[in-house]
Design a protein around this ligand. Structure first.
Ligand SMILES: NC(=O)c1ccc[n+]([C@@H]2O[C@H](COP(=O)([O-])OP(=O)(O)OC[C@H]3O[C@@H](n4cnc5c(N)ncnc54)[C@H](O)[C@@H]3O)[C@@H](O)[C@H]2O)c1
Ligand SMILES: [Fe+2]
Length: 350
């Protein structure tokens, strides 16, 4: 679990104090800042010490193992070691920060650690500060990376942040579409966790709260306001806690296939898939469609049209590789229920 949590509007202003005891000699704090904030006021609010560095992270594409390895190598060459890595941004930047922190202290490539409990040593100090709400990356024990052969996280006990700062003010400028796609990631986490075979009271307690908050935010009356940002940030936290002790399900397993082959981003990819999952999540999909309408969001259609057999096979392989997700969704005998043919038919609908 994350060791230290700060929540509240304006809590970003406490960052200097929070980091002070974590500074080791002259080793710098590295701030990985989402490139969206280049030339924006937030960049000037970072409490930069004399040796610190801001690196703007280009997240036009979701994080890759190559990008993580390059950043860690660059930091090791430039500084030897660092006091910490502070990720400020959406899920992509938070994942990058977690992975770079781990790769400062683990040999080889981050691709070697894609899987479950493969990371050998703790990383350097790492803090996460979300500027979009929904992924739960701020609390999860994984960092999702696209590697040479798969899209899979570095799931380990060393992966969670040491500190998170949850300041809903930072999400204020998120465009409505992006806010919805990332928010739906949280909603889908809740549905997949609450209907999954891995469900337990821990996951249920957090999942139900997160689901209520998502419903209030996306199905309630009135225009979007600060209280919606406040609620969605806590929904993301609770949704992340829920899947920490269970798993996600069909939408995520299929969306990973899209992401790997087509580069479809996580939030929108989940929405594209979830829209077609009535068979697996009837109530969840029913409400999802209502939320899409109410918030006037376009869900892209026909994105797999015209793909070759080989390309469908690639997506199917990546997707079926996510065994724990399928087992959570469909039970221990999931391989009999989700055949390659059935999955191909689902991909063709997207
Ligand atoms: N580690 C986990 O547990 C976990 C869980 C779910 C998703 N993820 C990962 O999270 C990523 C998706 O994260 P996301 O949905 O937060 O989007 P994102 O981080 O990919 O960002 C999407 C876009 O929004 C921009 N952006 C960020 N903050 C903004 C703001 N305040 N205003 C305007 N634009 C802003 C970014 O620059 C980017 O262009 C994927 O890489 C996915 O794999 C990780
Ligand atoms: Fe997700």
């Amino acid at each position: 679990m994350v060791s230290y949590v700060v929540y509240g509007r304006g809590s970003f202003n406490q960052l200097d104090e929070i980091l002070a005891p974590r500074r080791v000699g002259k080793s710098p704090m590295i701030f990985l800042l989402d490139h969206f904030f280049q030339n924006k006021p937030l960049a000037d609010r970072i409490p930069l010490g004399p040796h610190d560095k801001i690196i703007f992270a280009d997240v036009s594409y979701e994080p890759k193992t190559k990008q993580v390895d390059a950043l860690a190598t660059q930091l090791k060459q430039e500084f030897g070691t660092v006091s910490g890595i502070i990720g400020i941004g959406g899920g992509s930047v938070m994942d990058l920060a977690k992975a770079v922190s781990l790769m400062m202290n683990n040999p080889g490539s981050s691709a070697d650690y894609q899987g479950w409990d493969l990371v050998k040593y703790p990383g350097v100090y790492k803090a996460g500060i979300p500027t979009l709400s929904g992924t739960g990356a701020e609390v999860s024990r994984t960092t999702v990376l696209t590697g040479p052969t798969r899209k899979l996280g570095m799931n380990s006990d060393f992966t969670p942040f040491d500190q998170i700062v949850l300041d809903p003010e930072l999400t204020i400028n998120a465009p409505a579409n992006q806010r919805f796609y990332t928010g739906m990631d949280c909603y889908i986490h809740c549905i997949e966790s609450l209907t999954g075979t891995f469900l337990n009271e821990f996951s249920k307690s957090y999942g139900e709260k997160a689901l209520n908050l998502c419903q209030e935010v996306f199905m309630g009356e009135g225009d979007w306001g600060p209280e919606h940002d406040d609620k969605l940030m806590m929904a993301s936290y609770a949704g992340g806690m829920s899947i920490a002790y269970s798993q996600v399900g069909v939408a995520h397993a299929v969306s990973y296939g899209l992401g790997y082959l087509l580069g479809t981003k996580h939030g929108v990819g989940n929405c594209i898939v979830f829209d077609k999952l009535e068979e697996y999540y009837p109530e969840g999909v029913h409400d999802f469609k209502k939320m899409v309408d109410k918030n006037k969001i376009e869900i892209p259609q026909h994105i797999t049209r015209g793909l070759s057999d080989e390309q469908f096979d690639t997506m199917i392989n990546v997707s079926l590789g996510m065994k724990p997700l399928w087992e959570n969704a469909l039970g221990a005998d999931w391989e009999r229920k989700m055949t390659r043919e059935k999955l191909r038919a689902l991909f063709e609908q997207l």
